[in-house]
Write a protein that binds this ligand. Structure first.
Ligand SMILES: Nc1ncnc2c1ncn2[C@@H]1O[C@H](COP(=O)(O)OP(=O)(O)O)[C@@H](O)[C@H]1O
Ligand SMILES: [Mg+2]
Length: 303
């Protein structure tokens, strides 16, 4: 193998920086993976640890990253609120980059309360005005006017406090949604053909999830469902390659999900934890058209 004669290591040729050229042997496996990638087929690599399975996939990923592919167009995945069924947020795939519609999310102008100086000026003005009108009154009349004013203002303040309390409660309970809660959220921007690596046991990373919201998941207090979606590796690998390593550790139900994704080329995301408020949320089917490469140890066939 090492038939090159040399006196110092300077004479030795430098290895190619390309990972694909660094693979020793494994020609058949490499050809199978390359052919599967160019023909949009799926591969499963079985072999002892350390024979270069992950290395082959990494090298192929490097290759497709550097070669300009004509059939790939960048895309963006966004999620929008569903006004009719809030627990079914809408996830859309947009070709190219997503541009926000600025008009939709103009922040509301919040009314500022009057400043301290303005309040003092108003009080001084009213004091001068009342002292001007009451200058000719006798002491008994003056007392009667002060008592009446105090009673009337006390009753008014009472009504105002009650109105404010009711108003505040109604405001919190009503369906009025802030424009910021209606704003679509960018979940993922894909600029080049992706190679997404995921371990078989990490179900959330693989299939996506919906985060828990301790405040009920309803605006204005909670976070709306469309802002709690986590995309899975299968969605991020759309138009690219999904590499699932250590398939021995894959739970059986995940195999079903991946099979469905391969057949339908789309899969919805739903909350995986039954104790979380995300469990009631389910999106529409999200496109996931990927090439699947899986790898594992030889003894996977016996389990
Ligand atoms: N055929 C090979 N040619 C060159 N290096 C290899 C080869 N197989 C394994 N290696 C080296 O061993 C390391 C581990 O290999 P890896 O691809 O992770 O093995 P596996 O995924 O099959 O367990 C690689 O990063 C690489 O440096
Ligand atoms: Mg490996």
């Amino acid at each position: 193998m090492f038939s090159v004669k040399f006196k110092t290591t300077e004479e030795l040729p430098e290895p190619s920086p390309r990972l694909i050229d660094q693979i020793i042997g494994q020609d058949e496996a490499l050809n199978i993976v390359l052919s599967a990638v160019s023909n949009k087929r799926h591969v499963i690599l079985l072999g002892d640890p350390g024979v270069g399975k992950s290395m082959i996939v990494k090298a192929v990923g490097e290759l497709i990253e550097k070669s300009p592919s004509s059939d790939f167009t960048p895309y963006t995945i966004i999620s929008k609120p569903n006004l009719k069924y809030p627990e079914k947020p809408i996830v859309e795939l947009i070709e190219g980059t997503y541009k926000e519609d600025v008009d939709d999310i103009k922040p509301k102008v919040i009314k500022q309360p009057p400043g301290l100086l303005t309040l003092i000026l108003i009080m001084v003005f009213f004091t001068l005005l009342t002292s001007y009108f009451m200058r000719g009154l006798s002491q008994a009349h003056l007392l009667a006017v002060i008592a009446t004013t105090a009673i009337v203002s006390f009753a008014l303040a009472f009504v105002l406090v009650f109105l404010a309390m009711f108003g505040a409660t109604r405001g919190a309970m009503s369906n009025t949604v802030s424009p910021l809660d209606l704003k679509p959220v960018v979940l993922y921007e894909c600029k080049k053909r992706p190679l997404v690596k995921a371990s078989a046991y990490n179900v959330t990373k693989l299939l996506g999830d919906v985060r828990h919201c301790p405040l009920g998941g309803k605006p204005p207090l909670g976070t709306p469902p469309h802002k709690r979606i986590i995309l899975g590796a299968i969605h991020e690998a759309h138009k690219g390659i999904l590499y699932v390593d250590e398939i021995k550790t894959m739970p059986p139900e995940v195999q079903d999900y991946i099979l469905t994704a391969l057949q339908d080329k789309c899969l919805p995301i739903s909350g995986r934890n039954p104790n979380s408020s995300g469990a009631t949320v389910e999106t529409n089917p999200i496109p996931c058209d990927f090439i699947l490469i899986m790898s594992g140890n030889m003894d996977v066939s016996s389990t």
